[in-house]
Ligand binder design. Structure first.
Ligand code: 16G
Ligand code: ZN
Length: 533
């Protein structure tokens, strides 16, 4: 039976605020930190139950609000293979978080345990971590109460990045098996990445220093430690590494700032030299944006689409050179936000699929390929190697030196690239590998294809739930008649493309438009927004 007494006693210490409705959305629970106490407690209980349901496998809990402002926080669950929580549990997480009283919470739990047939005698294990937000420490204490209340064994992974936590979950659950993912420690993570990186660049010249904008978040201490393991193989210069300055987190810096404002963070003016490579992490280091300044000091952004193009072309070449192109099928997954220029470039080289916004959709679709590459334009993405592909890479016997080298590179890429979730630091090393192999500067990378001018606007509407989409969010089915008007408008713009979708994270509708020239893209976006409003 449920340990009702212990749940009751501890739950009473974490009452749910009235007048707040929580939702487990695309990125877990996320809102202003000071209403989240009860949510963290209940997530601790739920994580324990998820572990019991999965026969005692370790479940992860990450306390972060990513690129959101410092006063926000959030929490998400990580499944045993290091992937995001199975979506069928999301509504239950939402329901449990909204029970108004302890008694209601317990009766919801009882119903839940029954309907999911959870064997409460099973062991439960939870590993958890947090980012650098000042609210994190107290929220973790509430989470620990939840873990204790359900009688689960907790392991505190401290202050670290979201991708490190995902790595740990997979490493813990595969320990001692043939799918072993690495040592289940931060050090194991650094060693895995740094060793693979050094092998991949061993025959290349030492690159010039890379500047990292750490968003004044947890990426700073983790990148600093990674730098020690990389040694001379990649000189790193860390900027925006002030993790204790109040209000600094994600403030006019970081990957989300760069993507939305398409500007160099002001704090980097005079720090980034013309021609030097720079990149920005977000607040939990699972998004990455590259950029550089040209000789005239003009800013150029290399976003998730540019990363996808660079990486996909490189891996396609390696697979071909290795002689494995008949056995290993590649594919790229994007969303409707992918720049039309990138989609065209990629489609000429490998199959491209478009799915709805949100990491879980991209990740899931990428799993259908032998090697699946996915990146959102906002800089979140990774490259997945299926188990069958990893087996092929292990057993394949190359017949020429060129094949042998390409095979070795593919094996090392499989080690370098985080297989659980998008990882800014792993992706950064991946980009550096390709740039080193191609001897590309930012300029050459940037000119793989030309971005179509585009504009994203948000529109506040009375009820965003009125907006329903189909075809991977590229067409509206509701409100009735609106899509026809948009289609009619888009036809009048050269290279025009536009779509409208309700945001999953804000109470707004987003309008995206693209056209061959800047003024037209802007005009199209504002005219479509006019139709929506
Ligand atoms: C969340 C998603 C991100 C997506 C964004 C879209 C995860 C972990 N994160 O941050 O992938 O791009 O939402 O936000 O899935 P929107 O729905 O407000 O446009
Ligand atoms: Zn993030």
């Amino acid at each position: 039976a449920l340990p009702v007494d212990s749940i009751k006693a501890l739950s009473d210490l974490h009452p749910k605020p009235s007048n707040v409705r929580f939702q487990y959305g695309t990125a877990g629970f996320r809102t202003v930190a000071n209403v989240l106490d009860s949510v963290l407690f209940r997530v601790g209980v739920l994580a324990g139950l998820r572990s019991k349901k999965l026969d005692g496998k370790t479940i992860g809990v990450m306390v972060t609000a990513s690129h959101n402002p410092e006063q926000d926080n959030g929490v998400k669950l990580v499944d045993p293979r290091g992937e995001m929580l199975d979506t069928s549990w999301e509504i239950h997480a939402t329901a449990l978080s909204n029970a108004q009283t302890t008694d209601e919470f317990i009766s919801e739990l009882e119903k839940f345990v029954q309907s999911f047939k959870i064997d409460l005698s099973k062991p439960a294990r939870v590993v958890y971590a947090r980012d650098t937000r000042p609210s994190g420490e107290a929220l973790v204490a509430s989470l620990e109460d939840g873990i204790k209340a359900i009688g689960a064994e907790g392991r505190n992974a401290g202050v670290t990045t979201t991708p490190v936590l995902h790595y740990l979950v997979r490493a813990i659950n595969t320990k001692g098996t043939k799918e072993s993912y690495g040592e289940d420690s931060e050090e194991g993570y650094f060693l895995k990445l740094a060793n693979a990186f050094k092998k991949l660049v061993s025959t290349r010249e030492t690159p010039s220093p890379l500047l990292i904008d750490c968003a004044n978040g947890v990426g700073a201490p983790i990148a600093a430690r990674l730098a020690e393991y990389l040694g001379g193989s990649l000189p790193l210069v860390l900027e925006n590494a002030s993790i204790t300055t109040p209000g600094a987190l994600n403030n006019s810096c970081g990957a989300d700032y760069v993507k939305t404002s398409q500007k160099l963070p002001p704090s980097l003016a005079g720090r980034l030299q013309p021609g030097q490579r720079g990149c920005s992490l977000d607040g939990d280091a699972d998004r990455l944006m590259y950029f550089y300044l040209d000789e005239r000091g003009q800013f150029h952004m290399l976003d998730g689409d540019k990363i996808a193009a660079l990486v996909a072309a490189f891996i396609v070449e390696l697979v071909k050179t290795s002689g494995l192109d008949n056995q290993i099928k590649l594919g790229v997954v994007q969303t409707a936000y992918a720049n039309g220029g990138s989609t065209k470039y990629l489609s000429e080289r490998l199959p491209v699929k478009c799915v709805s916004t949100g990491v879980k959709h991209l990740h899931h679709a990428a799993e259908h390929y032998n090697i699946g590459i996915y990146f959102e334009a906002n800089g979140h993405g990774t490259v997945l190697f299926s188990q069958a592909t990893q087996d092929i890479l292990q057993s394949y016997e190359p017949s020429t030196p060129a094949q042998s080298t390409a095979l070795e590179h593919l094996r090392n890429l499989n080690q370098l690239i985080n297989q659980t979730v998008g990882d800014a630091l792993s992706d950064m090393l991946l980009v550096e590998v390709v740039l080193a192999h191609k001897a590309y500067s930012g300029t050459e990378w940037d000119s793989l294809y030309v971005d179509l001018p585009n504009r994203l606007v948000k529109v506040v509407v009375a009820d965003r739930n009125q907006f329903k989409t189909e075809d991977a969010e590229r067409r509206l089915v509701s409100p009735a008649g609106l899509q026809d008007k948009i289609t009619e408008l888009v036809r009048r713009y050269e290279g025009g493309r536009s779509f409208v979708r309700p945001s999953g994270t804000e109470d707004v509708v987003r309008v995206y438009a693209e056209a061959s020239i800047r003024a037209q893209a802007d005009e199209l976006a504002f005219r479509v927004a006019g139709l929506v409003y």
